[in-house]
Design a protein around this ligand. Structure first.
Ligand code: SF4
Length: 349
């Protein structure tokens, strides 16, 4: 398996080959400009491209194909050198703003009942380079479309806190000058409640945002939706979240997926408000996207009643609109099996 390019690896190899060190910058610039593979790095002589390509891969995950939603959201299937596939989604907002949703594992063992990745079963952990490359590739592709990547969210395939060391390595790359130079506030790590990982994340000192998928306001409902709740029930999860707030001085974002007739009654909202009433949380209400499970999205009026019941109990909540659902790129829909409908920007040159 070839290591992926970075400044140190490139400079060491170029020195060994008797090549000037500015070639390293040319390679990194080509990645940022949307180069998908070595032949796209046209600033380098062909022979040097071939030589470098024999020693280093341009990307740790090779983008294979893409699907573009009617709303401008793009989903890529990325393949590792061992053949695993993951999905990465560039979410389109207005005014050219983009968020990338990246994967941390090629599959997931946690089996949340509403999630396509969970239904597909476990896979291996991604490396720090594989994690960072999803965001760097998406940023380059956004730039080729005149858009700007502003945020990175770990809400793709896998449970990031089960693979925390690699996730933190990826975060450090994304925050570095050679990466995307993003501030930690622009990076959100989302967990379904892997409690030891929440503590380790707080202790890591990385100034990222933490989002916790709750999706239920009582243990019976949550355990039905998310088997992890039998290991760490709501009380122990929220206790760890409060410890996180105390350690980091940051609040926690609570994600709540609204499912018709399952967890969307006003009584659920009042119970949720009671759980969160010390003001250290912000609630995001999420629209459910079809994933081949028996669940259905809450209708708009139920969603509004839920939000109003939370507000009446003193909890402000934002509603997160679904993006990219027509190409299975929305929350919960990623399963690493997309069909191509779009050429990659640089391969279309
Ligand atoms: S929601 Fe996240 S943790 Fe749950 S099965 Fe899907 S990928 Fe895994």
């Amino acid at each position: 398996m070839l290591a992926r390019v970075d400044r140190n690896r490139l400079e060491a190899l170029l020195a060994e080959l008797g090549q000037p060190s500015y070639r390293a910058r040319q390679v990194l610039d080509a990645r940022r400009a949307g180069a998908v593979s070595w032949p796209d790095v046209t600033a380098l002589p062909k022979a040097l491209r071939a030589r470098l390509g024999g020693e280093l891969s341009l990307w740790a995950l090779q983008p294979e194909d893409a699907q573009e939603s009617a709303d401008g959201t793009i989903k890529w299937r990325m393949r590792g050198s061992d053949g695993v596939t993951v999905e990465t989604v560039l979410i389109a907002h207005d005014r050219g703003r983009r968020t990338v949703c990246i994967s941390s594992q090629a599959g997931c063992a946690l089996g949340c009942r509403f999630c396509a990745t969970g239904l597909a079963g476990p896979g291996r952990d991604l490396s720090a380079d594989e994690i960072a490359d999803q965001a760097e590739f998406a940023a380059a592709q956004a730039a080729t479309r005149g858009a700007r990547l502003g945020n990175v969210v770990f809400m793709g395939m896998g449970e990031p806190l089960q693979n925390l060391e690699a996730v933190l390595g990826g975060v450090r790359t994304l925050r570095s000058v050679d990466g995307l130079g993003l501030s930690g506030r622009r990076i959100a790590i989302s967990t379904v409640g892997w409690v030891p990982g929440i503590r380790a994340l707080a202790e890591s000192g990385e100034p990222v945002r933490l989002a916790v998928s709750l999706h239920g306001s009582d243990d019976a409902t949550r355990s039905e939706l998310m088997p992890i709740n039998t290991r760490w029930p709501i009380a122990s999860l929220l206790a760890e979240c409060r410890r996180y707030c105390d350690t980091t001085g940051r609040r926690v974002f609570i994600e709540y997926l609204l499912l018709d007739g399952v967890n969307d009654a006003p009584a659920d909202a009042r119970r949720l408000a009671e759980l969160l009433r010390d003001g250290r949380f912000h609630v995001n209400l999420i629209e459910y996207n079809p994933t081949g499970t028996p669940y259905r999205a809450s209708p708009g009026d139920a969603r509004e009643r839920f939000r109003a019941a939370l507000a009446a109990a003193g909890i402000e909540a934002s509603v997160r609109r679904s993006r990219g659902a027509d190409v299975d790129a929305a929350c919960g829909q990623l399963a690493g099996r997309s069909e191509p409908t779009l050429q990659l920007a640089s391969s279309a040159k």
